[in-house]
Ligand binder design. Structure first.
Ligand code: ZN
Length: 278
């Protein structure tokens, strides 16, 4: 859990990281971090699934997570009670996207996606300037993909044999090659398969959501050259069907994050600012 104190201009004054243990231990550490700071509002960009419906009795709860002790945990109400301030609340990936939209790689567009490709895969989506929630919130890491001919690797997702996360996450790479993504940097077969599956997912998102920019973050994206291979793969799989200015310049359309590893806390600062201004 990354905690930070900052201002409305995105200046971070103080930051601390606490391992996610039980709510009893971890909430106390986070609350003890914030209490002396006399913050005006809190922004929470939270792992999910979470309840984002403001009229729901369980608004602000973590719902069905496998993380021990956090299932059905009222994280937002507990923070508001302990700190005596209002809190903004969204998914971790929507938070990351909001950070990049406010201060980073998506400042100039209102329709964009932030996809994190790490141990798991998640996506934040903004349409017409608003973060998309809908029925629950997007779970775009679990869209189903067509398997590459000859690929019979085991999926890392316990629910789906051929979802994006099950085929292309860091966990999927570890299962397939028995090695970490970072040790496979020059491996042609790994790069080819990764860029094929990530490219296929991106093409589905492009056709469905019509984003004006896609930001790719997460540990797997640290593989040198992978972003270039993904752009080529997207170009091939779009097959010339749509032609826009954005798609003529895939290097500006599919990009790495601009905020290093700070997009999550900067997005949370923006969530807090929105609560104050509401
Ligand atoms: Zn899945």
């Amino acid at each position: 859990m990354v905690c930070a104190v900052g201002d409305e201009k995105g200046h971070v004054e103080k930051k601390a990281v606490f391992p996610t243990q039980t709510p009893h231990d971890t909430m106390k550490k986070m609350i003890d971090f914030f209490l002396p700071e006399r913050i005006e509002a809190l922004g929470i960009a939270c792992f999910g699934p979470i309840d984002l419906h403001r009229t729901s009795k369980t608004y602000g709860y973590i719902t069905t997570t496998p993380k021990k002790g956090w299932e059905n945990y009222p994280i937002l109400p507990e923070f508001e009670k302990a700190l005596g301030v209002k809190a903004g609340f969204d998914t971790d990936v929507n938070g990351a996207l909001l950070g990049e939209k406010t201060w980073g790689a998506a400042r100039d567009v209102d329709n964009c996606m932030y996809i994190t490709i790490g141990t798991g895969i998640g996506a934040g989506i903004m349409t017409e300037g608003r973060l998309l929630h809908g029925m629950l919130h997007p779970e775009a890491g679990h869209i189903l993909l067509g398997r590459r001919a000859g690929d019979d690797g085991k999926s890392s997702c316990p629910y789906h044999e051929n979802c994006f996360e099950g085929l292309a996450s860091g966990s999927a790479i570890r299962l397939r090659y028995a090695r970490d993504a970072k040790t496979l940097a020059g491996d042609e077969a790994c790069m080819e398969l990764e860029s094929h599956y990530i490219g296929q997912a991106l093409v589905n998102f492009i056709f469905t959501l019509s984003p004006q920019r896609i930001i790719l973050g997460g540990g797997v994206m640290h593989m040198p050259g992978l972003i270039h291979r993904i752009r080529e793969s997207v170009g091939r799989q779009l097959a010339g069907y749509i032609r826009t200015g954005e798609l003529q310049d895939l290097a500006s359309y599919i990009v790495l994050p601009a905020l290093g590893d700070n997009q999550g806390i900067l997005g949370a600062l923006e969530l807090a600012k929105q609560v104050i201004n509401a």
